[in-house]
Design a protein around this ligand. Structure first.
Ligand code: SF4
Length: 395
């Protein structure tokens, strides 16, 4: 593959984002009942071996195209539960990533996900000192009974304490993850949780509706009638409560599930929504470059083994043709409330979106699901609520 810079559009001028490095830490304290992500129980040996394997992987990747010629603007430690790793190991992994690749000078966004009760103030202080400048805390709820029912291994108080501690440790960019539509949750309960979260004054909030993933313990419990989820009307009411609460706050919804104060949109995720390049490291991590995607197998043992036989680490490779890459960029980009700039899209792909989608686009605009303002195409308020239907027409 030739130099990335020669072919990649100027993302900096589009959204102040650029290529990102993602480190997947596959360990969790226990399995949440709704979770279908790949994760495994942490053991001292497993953590030590994982740490050694990531360092070896970095040594290989640093010499590989296209990564060796990109300048990364964000680094994200996600999982799993990255904060299960001892802080000195996290600090070392970050330092080695910075040494291995070109990272934008002093403006890089460096995030880490932490779960409540997995790290104390001293640990958070050390993470801040190591260079992490953005924290994403997985609250999910602030109701102990709900937390228990979805198998979260922490209490509401643990979540609040972790937030306060993170502030004391010097984090000035904190995101909180919440979920709504939890078992037996009422709109009033959601309103209370959202209100408590807003009172903390985080910089960013992600809010996801609970979806039942087949094969998870929660899905089975719902099938057996042991647990019930709020009905569609109740969930719509929760969405309306969110819209109303956010409209009276300094937050702005900038993506279907993400809200930020001015200047605090997550640049790492913006790069995904711009369909930019990213390097994923760790079992199950995905990398992408110019319509080509590589996934690493969701298998810790294989990831560890791959340090001995480097090629066996790769899982699937997916190569999108030019049109598929274009369509994917449209669909992912429309997740952003700012929408997409059709002129920039045309410059990037040499495809005129209006001609390409023709009647489909005209129809979606006529139905008031999409709106076109100058060169800008975005979902309407109605379209945001029916985003999946709109995307299905354009993908
Ligand atoms: S902490 Fe996150 S990744 Fe781990 S089991 Fe729970 S939801 Fe899944």
């Amino acid at each position: 593959m030739s130099s990335a810079k020669a072919h990649w559009p100027d993302l900096t001028s589009m959204d102040k984002t650029g290529p990102g490095v993602y480190l997947h830490v596959p360990f969790c304290l226990s399995k949440c009942s709704y979770c279908s992500f790949y994760s495994c129980t942490a053991t001292d040996t497993g953590i030590r071996q994982y740490h050694a394997a990531v360092l070896k992987r970095l040594n290989t990747l640093r010499h590989h195209a296209p990564w060796k010629s990109l300048t990364f603007t964000t680094i994200f430690f996600g999982g799993g539960t990255p904060s299960i790793l001892p802080v000195p190991l996290l600090a070392e992994l970050l330092a080695r990533i910075k040494e291995s690749f070109s990272i934008t000078s002093d403006q890089a966004e460096i995030s880490i996900e932490v779960n409540p009760a997995t790290i104390d103030q001293e640990g958070l202080g050390k993470l801040r000192h190591a260079g992490f400048n953005r924290l994403s805390i997985g609250f999910q709820s602030l109701d102990d009974q709900q937390l228990k029912r979805i198998g979260r291994p922490h209490s509401a108080n643990d979540a609040l304490e972790t937030y306060v501690t993170a502030r004391k440790a010097g984090f000035s960019n904190i995101s909180i993850d919440l979920m709504y539509g939890l078992p037996d949750q009422t709109p009033e309960q959601w309103k209370k949780i959202l209100g408590q979260t807003m009172e903390l004054k985080p910089e960013h909030i992600s809010m996801y509706e609970l979806t039942l993933e087949p094969g998870t313990p929660l899905a089975s419990a719902v099938d057996r009638g042991e647990i019930s989820l709020p009905d569609e009307d109740a969930v719509m009411e929760m969405m309306e409560i969110t819209r109303e609460t956010i409209s009276h706050s300094p937050f702005k919804r900038y993506e279907i599930s993400n809200y930020a104060r001015p200047g605090f949109r997550c640049r790492h995720n913006l790069n995904y929504w711009n369909n930019g390049s990213y390097l994923g490291i760790g079992p199950g991590a995905v990398s992408a470059f110019e319509g080509k995607r590589w996934s690493t197998r969701e298998d810790l043992a294989q990831f560890l083994d791959a340090t001995k036989t480097p090629r066996s680490i790769e899982g699937e490779e997916e190569v999108l043709n030019h049109e598929a890459y274009f369509r994917e960029t449209v669909v992912i980009g429309l997740r952003l409330t700012d929408g997409i700039d059709l002129k920039k899209l045309h410059d990037r792909f040499s495809i005129d979106p209006m001609t390409y989608y023709d009647k489909t686009l005209t129809h979606l605009i006529a139905q008031k699901l999409l709106k076109l303002e100058g060169w800008n195409l975005s979902l309407t308020k109605h379209g945001l609520a029916l985003a999946n239907t709109v995307m299905a027409e354009l993908v």
